[in-house]
Design a protein around this ligand. Structure first.
Ligand SMILES: Cc1ncc(C[n+]2csc(CCOP(=O)(O)OP(=O)(O)O)c2C)c(N)n1
Length: 340
């Protein structure tokens, strides 16, 4: 039987959503909304701090993709191994890093998540093995984490987020081959946000339906999810997690989405027309979730504003703390450096 959740074109329906609410409960959705708002406010303020010269290095916003990380981490839990790309603020926030330590990291301060040494692209938690700057570079690390779970006979999975740009990379294909060959509990989540820097996916990859078409070549399952739709993603990820735990085999997932901003803060995304952007903004995953909550009488505008304001304040406080935090001391320059 085809599952309606596994199609990027499945249209959200009131029946689907009320069934979901009955089964999963109101609190799960409110938590998801709060998490999406936290990510959204963090990115908005982080970019603004960057524009004011308070943040150095690069800045890759996750705005527009919130439904993916939020639903995935809700479905898989926070105890698994995670790895991701430089677009990593959301994943770190969801895996236990505080807005305060992340903002301090962006500001390059000693109190930052990586002691001010990693910046925006290199964030960590006890379960996030890192944000990685090299496209495809973290796939072998995610594979190693999956290998360790099998070797140590531990229950769980290694979950690896990447952009579709990495799907043309050798490390990606080697990882898929070994994960399948050795039957490792690896979940590879391609966040297909349509663009690899300024190059549209149709000009970079030979096929569409990346997961569904590539997975069979490695003898594993591949699914396509609607990355703009929290409900579709949560259902899909929950199903996929069960399957990985039951079979111990890897799964490839493509989440079709589109980033709202440019590749990084220095990219005005002029390759995307204004009309296309306007149409995209209509598919905002955060507003979609808010609408569903409102339609089901689980949230009203005043309650939403209160949550929104509270989270915004949390981020503003984090910025203030970051600004007032000390720079890393010169005396610590050689600490944590492993090069001989
Ligand atoms: C091996 C390697 N080649 C090139 C780059 C430069 N680069 C940084 S991001 C990027 C685009 C990647 O796009 P995608 O994987 O789709 O991720 P997204 O930025 O869309 O999340 C490129 C080519 C790099 N960091 N690493």
């Amino acid at each position: 039987m085809t599952n309606p959740y596994f199609s990027p074109h499945s249209t959200p329906s009131p029946e689907r959503e009320s069934l979901f609410i009955k089964r999963e409960g109101k609190e799960k959705l409110l938590t998801a909304l709060r998490q999406m708002l936290l990510i959204r406010h963090f990115e908005i303020r982080g970019e603004s701090a960057y524009q004011h010269g308070l943040v150095g290095g690069f800045y890759h916003s996750y705005i527009g993709q919130e439904a993916i990380a939020v639903s995935a981490i809700q479905a898989f839990g926070t105890e698994n191994w995670y790895s991701t790309t430089y677009r990593c603020h959301a994943h770190a926030l969801l895996l236990g890093a505080t807005a305060e330590e992340l903002m301090a990291e962006l500001y390059g301060k000693a109190t930052g998540n990586a002691k001010g040494r990693g910046g925006s692209m290199h964030l960590y938690t006890d379960h996030l093995l890192g944000g990685f700057g090299i496209v495809g570079g973290h796939l072998p690390i995610a594979l190693g984490a999956a290998f360790s779970l099998k070797y140590l006979k531990k229950r769980g999975a290694s979950i690896c987020f990447l952009g579709e740009g990495a799907c043309a990379q050798g490390a990606y294909h080697e990882t898929l081959n070994l994960a399948s060959l050795w039957k490792l509990p690896l979940i590879i989540i391609i966040e297909n946000n349509q663009w690899g820097m300024g190059t549209h996916v149709s000009r970079a990859l030979a096929t569409d339906k990346i997961a569904e078409k590539q997975a069979p070549a490695y003898g594993i399952k591949g699914y396509t999810l609607d990355g703009m739709d929290y409900f579709n993603c949560f259902e899909g990820f929950s199903h996929i997690y069960k399957e990985v735990l039951e079979t111990g085999k890897p799964i490839l997932v493509e989440c079709v989405c589109e980033r709202f901003k440019g590749h990084s803060i220095s990219d005005p995304a002029s390759y995307r027309g204004k009309e296309a952007l306007q149409a995209l903004l209509q598919r905002d995953p955060l507003l979609h979730l808010k609408e569903v909550l409102e339609k089901n009488n689980l949230l009203n505008e005043a309650e939403f504003k209160k949550i929104d304001q509270h989270i915004k304040q949390e981020i503003l406080d984090a910025m203030k703390t970051a600004e007032n935090s000390p720079w890393p001391s010169l005396a610590t320059l050689e600490e944590g450096v492993y090069a001989p």
